[in-house]
Design a binder for this molecule. Structure first.
Ligand code: G3P
Ligand code: MG
Length: 247
């Protein structure tokens, strides 16, 4: 199996959605906070706007994390640019803009942060999102180490693989299905990502025997993190980066 791998070593802990619970999720403030605390890598979610531009946001709709409303995929860039995506977390983040993917990548590179880019397509935009995000990655990270790219959508990952054969991929599941290993092989994926409490011992054993790193989300408790590392999990995603700072 020819699996493109990151040419940077995985950290033990990725700050989840940029800065975990310490900042608005998927925000530039989150990137700055993660870097200031000494984190080497972050995870964030990327979705397309109505103009086909990639933006950092988790939900398909704007209500929970901004003062906007409606679906991200129906909203033009001009409207996304004017949103307040900080106040929902705390008044001290009022006026924080929703970041474009380009802004986030430039700041990661400036701060020396590596990334796990999670392609988060809106329903029916899976292939398009995989393709657009992979193309932007190859431009924005040109000449530098490439990020690890993951998705719950195999269609998005297949599209990313088609346009960027060298991209390190991770396949995301809540609980890995029975055919997880053949999906990893079909995509030439590097890693398996799953919910920390849905990782069965036999899955971990097969992954380890095949040199497939297992990454678990979202671990917000120190003793759970210690147990997972002791079992051989390679890395974790956490919102409570303040609790896992020295792991
Ligand atoms: O990539 C790991 C994790 O972020 C997946 O779940 O819903 O937080 O994007 P979610
Ligand atoms: Mg995510």
């Amino acid at each position: 199996m020819n699996r493109p791998a990151p040419d940077w070593s995985l950290p033990r802990v990725f700050a989840h959605r940029c800065g975990g619970a310490l900042a608005p999720e998927n925000s530039l403030s989150g990137l700055r906070i993660a870097a200031a605390l000494g984190f080497r890598a972050v995870e964030f979610d990327v979705m397309l706007s109505a103009d086909d531009s990639p933006w950092l946001i988790h939900d398909e709709t704007l209500e929970r994390t901004s003062n906007g409303s409606g679906r991200v995929c129906d909203t033009p860039d001009s409207a996304l640019r004017s949103l307040d995506a900080g106040s929902y977390r705390h008044a001290s983040f009022a006026g924080e803009a929703l970041p474009t993917f380009d802004q986030a990548v430039r700041l990661c590179r400036e701060l020396g942060l590596m990334a796990n880019v999670e392609i988060k397509p809106a329903a029916a935009f899976e292939a398009r999102t995989g393709e657009v995000v992979a193309r932007r990655i190859m431009d924005l990270w040109a000449g530098g180490p490439l990020p690890l790219v993951s998705s719950f959508s195999v269609v998005a990952l297949e599209a990313a693989r088609r346009v960027a054969p060298r991209l390190p991929l991770g396949v995301l599941w809540t609980r890995p299905p029975a055919d997880w290993a053949s999906q990893v092989e079909m995509l030439d994926a590097y890693s398996l990502h799953c919910a920390w409490d849905k990782l069965d011992a036999d899955v971990l054993k097969i992954a380890q025997a095949n040199d497939i790193p297992v990454l678990c989300y979202t671990v917000n408790d120190r003793s759970a993190a210690e147990t997972l590392f002791a079992r051989g999990v390679a890395a974790l995603f956490s919102d409570r980066i303040d609790l896992l700072i020295d792991m």
